[in-house]
Design a protein around this ligand. Structure first.
Ligand code: 6YU
Length: 506
């Protein structure tokens, strides 16, 4: 077994790959623990990763993470945002923090159908409730040893089919109800960042923890949090435009500054620079790892890690923001849902992407308050359709959405939007999608395997050479910013605990 070196003997050099919330959180925490030789390497020209606010309309819009999911005391992002005073009064109120929403979408939905009619609340409200009951039921399988089917989608369809039996007397109403329920599936795909709920594993689904609190946004965008963390770090700690090509580990690498000392790690950057280090914290997205696991690390990942990287799901959820001269929506609307009358969760077919990609849009979220954003609405869509949308031009997307808005509102005179901005997370070479989910065939154990540092055992070399953080490494908060931030803190604490234990032994 290798001799373990204390912090007193050698101040360890730590490289953090990726400057999203996980990387920033890890750096912040390491500094608090007194580590000083830290370097953050970021492939792009900015920090924040999937937390990215951009100028649009009257203010800033978030083209990645937008809401604090479950803004309450246990939420790391909420905690930090409160410390920096970044949230408004409503979000900070005890009342807001106490509400248990179970991750449901905003309250006031207006439903429009593809034949330009509104669907009354007397029809939609009970259906929303029904779906919410099914959703809650699906989470119970996490505690149980058996499951009726493998996927969330299959389970929900079984439940819906059972109800539809009772609706059969009135075929028209039955079809409308199924079409309304289909909008829930599209929302579900966006929540899980997946192409289809049939890909989401049923049993582990309930392991994701929904924190209390009504989801809230940052008035200054997620960038306000990213900036607050960045400002708390020493200047020059971050190197931008610095993609890492390969992490060499379990080696014996020299540095010209310390010729008598050997480092286990050598971080090789795309620009040719090589950086010796004692530890590296990898925070690159799972989408990047899926694409590059064969070459990103040498010696290669153990087979169990590769297996988990491949099995865990990572899909696309994209956003399209549209700015209008005047609002066409009712002032109290929070979400306009699009009900395609010929759709049903019970009869889904593979879409012709070119002709039908826009059908996957769940609807339009109205950005409020208007004084902050202007007249801006947000279309969200997931899966293959979201990937396809990225191949179109702004003009094509804008025209298509104008037609949809006119069709569903029944008002052919609504003028086209004056501006558009959208995300392209699938084609982002350093992300390759939006966020992770437990796909059929995977479970929370895979998340833990991905999070496990290398080497797996101390007999295989210096411990904690390569550590892993990022949203996809958080077993109960995966896919979120608070999961990402906590994972960075976790790995910083892991390193600190390691050195503390060495000091107490000596
Ligand atoms: C949240 C929300 N949210 C919408 C959309 C997206 C995401 N999320 P990062 O990628 O940030 O950082 C890695 C860095 O590494 C990055 O900067 C790279 O450039 C860099 N890098 C890569 N390769 C490199 C290399 N080789 N060398 C050097 N650097 C390299 N989360 O809390 N609220 O509203 C949303 C949303 C469109 C895309 C979101 C949301 C997810 C978060 O954005 C994401 O988890 C974190 O930002 C990731 O941080 P990180 O540091 O790990 O990676 C029931 C149930 C089901 C479970 N799901 C429920 C929750 C659903 C999530 N919510 C989604 C909703 C929206 C709208």
């Amino acid at each position: 077994m290798a001799r373990l070196i204390t912090r007193q003997e050698h101040d360890p050099s730590i490289v953090i790959v990726g400057c999203g919330l996980a990387g920033l959180g890890a750096a912040q925490r390491l500094l608090q623990h007194g580590f000083s030789k830290i370097r953050l390497l970021e492939a792009t020209q900015r920090c924040g990763g999937r937390a990215w606010s951009r100028q649009f309309g009257k203010g800033l819009v978030d083209i990645g993470a937008q809401w604090i999911h479950g803004p309450s005391k246990q939420n790391a992002v909420f905690h930090l945002a409160s410390q920096h005073n970044l949230l408004d009064e409503k979000a900070m109120s005890e009342d807001n923090q106490a509400v248990q929403r179970n991750g449901q979408p905003p309250d006031v939905s207006t439903y429009y159908t593809s034949s330009g009619k509104k669907v009354g609340q007397e029809i939609t409200a009970p259906l929303e409730e029904l779906y919410s009951t099914f959703n809650a039921r699906s989470k119970k399988f996490f505690q149980s040893k058996t499951q009726p089917v493998h996927s969330l989608g299959e389970f929900l369809k079984l439940e819906i089919a059972r109800c539809a039996e009772d609706w059969k007397g009135d075929e028209e109403m039955c079809n409308l109800k199924l079409a309304v329920l289909n909008t829930e599936f599209k929302i579900g795909c966006c929540i899980s960042g997946t192409d289809s709920l049939d890909l989401v594993a049923l049993q582990p689904f309930g392991e994701y923890v929904v924190l209390p609190g009504i989801d809230c946004v940052f008035p200054g965008g997620f960038a306000s949090l990213v900036d607050a963390i960045r400002r708390s770090l020493p200047k020059d700690i971050i190197s931008y435009d610095k993609p890492v090509k390969c992490i060499h580990w379990n080696g014996s690498f020299k540095s010209p500054n310390t010729p008598d000392y050997s480092y286990s790690i050598l971080v090789e950057c795309e620009d040719g620079e090589t950086i010796p280090a004692d530890h590296v914290i990898v925070t690159v997205p799972l989408g990047f790892l899926k694409e590059h696991y064969k070459t990103f690390i040498h010696p290669s990942f153990p087979p169990s890690k590769i297996d988990s990287i491949q099995k865990l799901g990572f899909g696309t959820c994209n956003k399209i923001f549209l700015e209008f001269e005047e609002p066409f929506w009712e002032p109290e609307s929070q979400l306009i849902r699009l009900v395609w009358e010929d759709e049903s969760p019970l009869f889904s077919t593979r879409p012709d992407l070119q002709k039908e990609w826009f059908r996957k849009i769940l609807g339009f979220i109205i950005l409020q308050p208007m004084e902050r954003y202007g007249h801006v609405i947000l279309a969200v869509l997931a899966g293959e359709e979201a990937n396809y949308m990225e191949s179109l031009s702004d003009c094509e997307v804008k025209n298509c959405l104008t037609q949809i808005i006119r069709k569903f509102t029944g008002n052919p005179l609504i003028p086209p939007p004056k501006g558009i901005i959208r995300s392209r997370w699938y084609n982002d070479q350093y992300t390759r999608g939006s966020y992770s989910y437990t796909a059929v065939g995977s479970s929370g154990d895979d998340i833990d395997v991905i999070a496990q540092p290398l080497p797996f055992t101390s007999t295989q070399g210096q411990p904690l050479q390569v550590l892993f953080a990022g949203e996809a490494t958080h077993r109960t908060f995966y896919s979120t910013t608070h999961g990402a931030l906590e994972s960075g803190w976790r790995e910083a604490d892991r390193l600190n605990n390691h050195y503390v234990s060495l000091t107490s032994v000596n």
